[in-house]
Write a protein that binds this ligand. Structure first.
Ligand code: SF4
Ligand code: SF4
Length: 157
């Protein structure tokens, strides 16, 4: 009996919390509709895609490959990102660079974003700071899985 009463009290408490959030949010929505600005943030739904939320600087977004001053990829095809990637979605084909200082460059560099889990391990592992996930681009959904395969051109461009 006491246990059942405890459940009942918790159900009432939960209902009151939900009602409080509903009424408070409704109040702020009405103020917004009336064009009245308040200091409170986050209570009003962002009207995506017309409105966009500011992305935090540490957010992991679409990858990009960094380049050297001459436009060549900074990547030296060391395969560390390939090895560390838990989704096994990076493919790098190494080729010999005529510059003995560089030694190798990626003839092919492919990321299958359809499999990527955006863990950022590839960025952490890269010894050359050749790959970053700071584009701020989070809108790359595609209808075809094939279109989620990014090669050198797409990653550098
Ligand atoms: S973010 Fe993670 S899953 Fe995606 S390519 Fe990099 S290491 Fe792989
Ligand atoms: S992106 Fe970095 S970690 Fe990956 S192969 Fe190139 S140099 Fe190595």
């Amino acid at each position: 009996m006491i246990k059942a009463l405890g459940y009942f009290i918790e159900i009432i408490r939960g209902g009151l919390i939900t009602t409080r959030h509903f009424v408070v949010n409704l109040f702020y929505h009405i103020l917004k509709v009336l064009g009245i600005k308040t200091k409170r943030k986050g209570s009003v739904t962002i009207q995506y895609p017309e409105q966009k939320k500011e992305i935090a600087s540490r957010h992991r977004s679409l990858h990009r490959l960094m380049t050297r001053p001459d436009g060549k990829p900074r990547c030296v095809a060391c395969m560390l990102c390939v090895t560390v990637c838990p989704s096994e979605c990076i493919y790098v084909e190494a080729a010999e660079d005529p510059d003995p200082e560089i030694q190798k460059y990626p003839a092919k560099f492919i990321i299958d974003l359809g499999r990527c889990c955006f863990c950022g391990f590839c960025v952490e592992a890269c010894p050359e700071d050749a790959i970053r996930m700071d584009t701020g681009n989070v809108e790359f959904a595609q209808y075809s899985q094939q279109d989620l395969i990014y090669d050198l051109d797409k990653l550098i461009g």
